[in-house]
Design a protein around this ligand. Sequence first.
Ligand code: ADP
Length: 539
Amino acid sequence: MESTRKILIIDDNEANLFSLRKILERLGPVIHTATSGFEGLELSEKNHYSLVLLDIQMPEMDGFETLKRMRDSAKNKLVPVILISAIFTEDQYKIKGIETGAVDFIPKPVNPEILRAKIKVLLELEEHKEFLKTLVGELKTKNVQLKKEIKKRKKVEADLREAKAKAERTSELKSKILVNMSHEIRTPVNSILGFADLIANTSIPTADKERYVRYVSSSSQNLLFLIDEILDHSRIEAGEFSINMAPCRAGDILIELLESFNRIKSQFGKTDITISIHPPAQDLIFETDPQRLRQVLINLLSNALKYTKEGQIDFGCEINNDLIRFYVKDTGIGISAEEIEHIFSRFMRIESQDSLQSQGTGLGLSIAQKIIQMMGGEIGVESTFNKGSEFFFTLPYLPLDTLDKDLLAPVVESIEDPDWSDFSLVIAEDEEMNFLFLQEALKATNVKILWAKNGREAVDIALKEDPDLILMDVKMPDMNGFEAIRLIKDKKPGINIIIQTAFAKHDEELKKGSNLYEDVITKPINRSILIKTISRFLF
Ligand code: ADP
């Protein structure tokens, strides 16, 4: 602190300068001296003084003028100045000095003790002033920091409030989804259980029984569709959704869908709706994932049928340069402009009292969009509220000129029952119901059936009985299907094995083991496809 104390003494008399320096040296400050007002002003601009001792009577510029100029300078406005004079000792000069901005007036000859005491006090005051200045500076910085901190906290608080609101919305949405899912699952299950119960009643007429069986079948289809949607959704979320490119005949798919949607339309009594293909289906053969294409079209057609009371549903496809454009257009309830931008979001369902809109998971369109994007296309919609909607999507058009017909997805058709009484086959299946279905489906062929309830039994029976074919389930207790296949093929590499599984055909596990089996049938198993597939191995 001592070294920061600087005193400037301005006096034209060298002897006075010397004696004042001597008096003040004991206080320990750095002392500068000037012999004129001009020199003093110059020094005071370059240095920071704690105190200035200023003689009044000087040639050229006296002490009053020097002091006035000091006060005019921004730098020295507040520096404490003590005036010293032997001549101007009357009160009027003291007053003039104080008015000009001096802090004290000391007459000559100077009493050293008094001068030292006064200067000591002034220096201490200056030090306190400096200290206060630093303190105020620090407080100002702290204040700025605090303001910043408050701003930051306010932002964090706002973010937290937003996150909380979002979490509440998500939780509310989850509950709504669960309630909706549970309703969606219960509806077909109730109908299956109810009608199955009625069918069990032996006294009801055959015609009613047949109707009930149709109800059970269509409710089961609904349930299956729902489960597929949920599975597809979780596969997409887990990044495990894959696309399998294969040759595809667009016309076949359109005609097949026209037939089945005409059937569904009648089942639901929607006879005031006409469904047609525009332009008429052409024989376009191109490469895409036919199953996924069919899935998206089924989804759009189901929605069109669901959200239309009467009028027209048109669908079809056209080539547009290197794109193939599919569309499904209806004269249904339409979608409002506000809702349309959210229509492809997951679990998005338009809230309405209309019973037409009371069923559905809100997953269909988001899955369709994902599928189309993965196949390299785009999906969109145009709609007018209360008039109708047109959903459309494009896919890359990769034409195929020559086509190996066998590569096309098998078309389901009814076939005559073959005679397999000379053959034996093992059904490896842990679920009794599934086994009973297969046994029933193959009954008319007279094939000899052996039942293995798990992978281990399948291995034992296959090695002991030497069957012609094995229908192998994948997911079984004790030993799974793949493990059993490996052990069997190790001993009997020539044996034919068909996998029957509820996994989608393109599941990774199936792909990995594809060199170990001859074919795959997916559950739920269609009887015609089952017989057609087995025929390739039993002849
Ligand atoms: P879901 O039909 O299972 O509710 P989707 O994802 O298929 O789910 O459809 C989301 C929503 O979009 C539906 O709930 C319905 O409100 C609306 N929507 C879809 N297709 C149509 C259509 N053709 N006409 C009117 N609204 C539709």
